[in-house]
Design a protein around this ligand. Structure first.
Ligand code: 5GP
Ligand code: ZN
Length: 115
């Protein structure tokens, strides 16, 4: 946990969010600026700044987070035919909050390649 990290503050409840899922390792909440009918941020409770700095020891949590994403997606009929998961990494990857997070997007058709 980092004192001044926005997403650590959301996990601690110091910044309000609409919680979608929580367990001892993972937290998920609605994105404040949704890019699709469903736009959920899925984050580990461990503060990791980005996918570019993960350690061998993060293997379990990063694998587990995909299990959680799959579980959350199953709860939404809008995602029964598919969804998109995105990690923006670093400034050139479009990352703006430096606590690793996965965007879970659903409820519309997504294009490829992304912008
Ligand atoms: P990034 O651009 O780093 O991949 O994604 C950061 C995401 O966090 C953005 O989609 C942005 O809308 C979302 N976000 C930024 N600040 C807040 C906030 O205070 N609350 C919530 N719920 N989402 C936020
Ligand atoms: Zn953090």
């Amino acid at each position: 946990m980092l004192e001044n990290c926005l997403f650590c503050k959301i996990i601690r409840g110091e910044v309000a969010s609409h919680k979608i899922y929580e367990d001892s390792k993972v937290f998920a909440f609605n994105d404040i600026n949704p890019q699709a009918p469903i736009h959920i941020m899925v984050i580990p409770k461990k503060h990791i700044s980005g996918l570019n700095v993960v350690l061998e020891e993060d293997e379990k949590i990063l694998g587990y987070i995909q299990v959680v994403i799959s579980k959350i997606a199953k709860r939404f009929p809008e995602m029964k035919n598919g969804f998109r998961v995105i990690n923006n990494c670093g400034v050139e990857g479009g990352q703006t909050v430096f606590h690793i997070h996965y965007h879970l997007l659903g409820g519309r058709i997504f294009n490829w390649p992304p912008g």
